[in-house]
Design a protein around this ligand. Structure first.
Ligand code: ZN
Length: 496
């Protein structure tokens, strides 16, 4: 077999070697798995974390991460006027659930000549009296009303002119109600405490640490199922499987099942394609509620290494972009939590950032600059070999579940096999904290017999597929723990 590159390079193999050519140790009879029964919301995940801590007190700590999130909350808004004709967006400064949902706003004709623009707020009704000229005709414009309200009630309201309505005469509008538009009535509106599970027999920092974290991106519903199935397998088999016991006795495992619970709540209740968190940094006309499904920060573009702010490709300054990088590096609670956990536990040497979908297995560098496509520094040859050798083991473990093989072309540095992701968390963990940091994209393409084509599974496949992904990729994480154990054993042998 000969492979030729467009630049003239040629590689030849007489006997192609099998990929990944690695299989995990067989599970013993009675090995327990399959702990996932349905997709799980952040509320479900919090309950599962609580139950595991109660059930396995000798093996589990629950760590409350330091930054509370904004919560499943949003400001309340209303269009004052018809946004297709002439309108101002009136928005509460506080969140809707902080007493602002249901507040009414209206404009009135004062019915007299030479009146100035005025407003009053009483009994949860904001009344705007429009200005008139000497004949009693209304002369207030949309711009006048927006500027006036924002200046008069800086603690309570802000108002912006809808795009296309600038300079138009302000219409008389019957009362409209401000509303945050959130549909998840069962979801807590409080700021969320993101939690990590710490699993191990010895949790004092003396054992090598592994971090697995999932759902930086809200819509990736299968990913917490992977990390929770992994947690359950470690804990349930401890008492019955000597091999699992050996791992839990010697490795310190940290798991954040949902990094971005606010976005996840929004994905489950309001807009299933939500990728980002729920923090709206937009200004001006971009605060128009027609854009509400595009607000938020991409948590996995908000870190400090190879970031958009450093000039790397794959982040954005546009608050409506799917890869909006935030107002600054680590501007968001969610990204800060991942780094807080990793940097305060210096025994963590390996990390897996679990995403979906596509069937990738990746490591740094994860970003490059546009000019010359210069990546972050390449790992050394030895490190690259370690990444690839470990990848073979982990890909082999994933494949042992239902034959899913992550392709060699999808296994490698992010910048080579997928794209540039400026300011992603794995690069931060690797370059800043010296952690060998990988990324999964769970949910490999499936073969369609009828069409004879590979097909993507999507972010929220039918539950049976998500369940299968949780089983195979939990097996991959288990192999990552074996990789860590072997690394520790190798290092202690070398130091003897
Ligand atoms: Zn993702």
């Amino acid at each position: 077999m000969t492979a030729s590159s467009s630049l003239g390079g040629v590689s030849r193999a007489v006997t192609p070697s099998a990929w990944p050519a690695a299989t995990p140790p067989p599970a013993p009879a009675g090995y327990q798995k399959d702990f996932i029964a349905a997709y799980m919301t952040p509320t479900d995940i919090a309950a599962r974390i609580k139950r595991l801590a109660r059930q396995y007190p000798k093996l589990v700590d629950v760590i409350n991460l330091p930054n509370k999130t904004q919560g499943y909350r949003r400001t309340a808004v209303a269009y004052l006027g018809d946004p297709n004709v002439a309108a101002v967006v009136v928005e509460s400064v506080k969140f809707g659930d902080q007493g602002m949902n249901g507040v009414q706003v209206r404009t009135v004709d004062p019915g007299a000549a030479n009146r100035p623009l005025a407003a009053s707020y009483a009994d949860r009704v904001l009344t705007v009296r429009l200005a008139t000229d000497s004949t009693g005709k209304i002369i207030s414009t949309t711009d006048d009303v927006a500027a006036f309200l924002t200046a008069k009630y800086p603690q309570k309201f802000r108002a912006t002119v809808v795009a296309g309505s600038a300079g138009l005469l302000m219409p008389v509008v019957a009362p409209v109600r401000l509303d945050d538009g959130l549909k998840g009535t069962e979801v807590s509106k409080k700021p969320w405490t993101v939690q990590a599970l710490r699993i191990g027999k010895v949790r004092d920092g003396s054992k090598i640490g592994v971090l697995a974290y999932s759902q930086e991106h809200a819509r990736e519903w299968a990913t917490p199922l992977v990390t929770l199935e992994f947690a359950e397998r470690l804990l349930a088999n401890y008492a019955t499987d000597p091999a699992t016991k050996e791992l839990v006795d010697n490795v310190d495992v940290f798991i954040i099942p949902t990094v971005n619970p606010d976005g996840a709540n929004y994905s489950f209740n309001d807009f299933n394609f939500q990728r980002k968190n729920l923090v709206n940094h937009c200004t001006g006309a971009n605060r128009d509620p027609r854009y509400r499904d595009s607000w938020g920060v991409d948590v996995n573009r908000n870190y400090t290494v190879g970031s958009y702010f450093d000039g790397y490709v794959g982040g954005s300054a546009n608050c409506l972009s799917g890869t909006y990088s935030g107002t600054a590096e680590l501007s968001e609670a969610e990204s800060g939590n991942v780094i807080a956990l990793a940097s305060s536990h210096t025994n963590i040497r390996f990390a897996m950032n679990v995403h979906s979908y596509g069937g990738y297995f990746m490591w740094p560098p994860g970003a490059y600059k546009a000019d010359g496509r210069v990546t972050l520094p390449r790992p050394s040859i030895d490190e690259s070999k370690f990444f690839l050798d470990s990848a073979r083991r982990i890909v082999g473990a994933i494949a042992s579940s239902r034959g899913t093989v992550t392709w060699p072309a999808y296994t490698g540095p992010v910048a080579d096999v997928l794209y540039s992701a400026a300011g992603n968390s794995a690069d931060e963990l690797y370059y800043e904290l010296g952690i060998d940091a990988w990324d999964f994209e769970v949910g490999n393409d499936l073969w369609n017999e009828a069409t004879q084509e590979w097909e993507g599974v999507g972010f929220q496949p039918p539950y049976d597929e998500a369940h299968a992904e949780s089983q195979e990729y939990a097996g991959g994480l288990m192999e990552l723990v074996r990789v860590a154990r072997d690394k520790q054993a190798e290092e202690s042998a070398a130091s003897r």
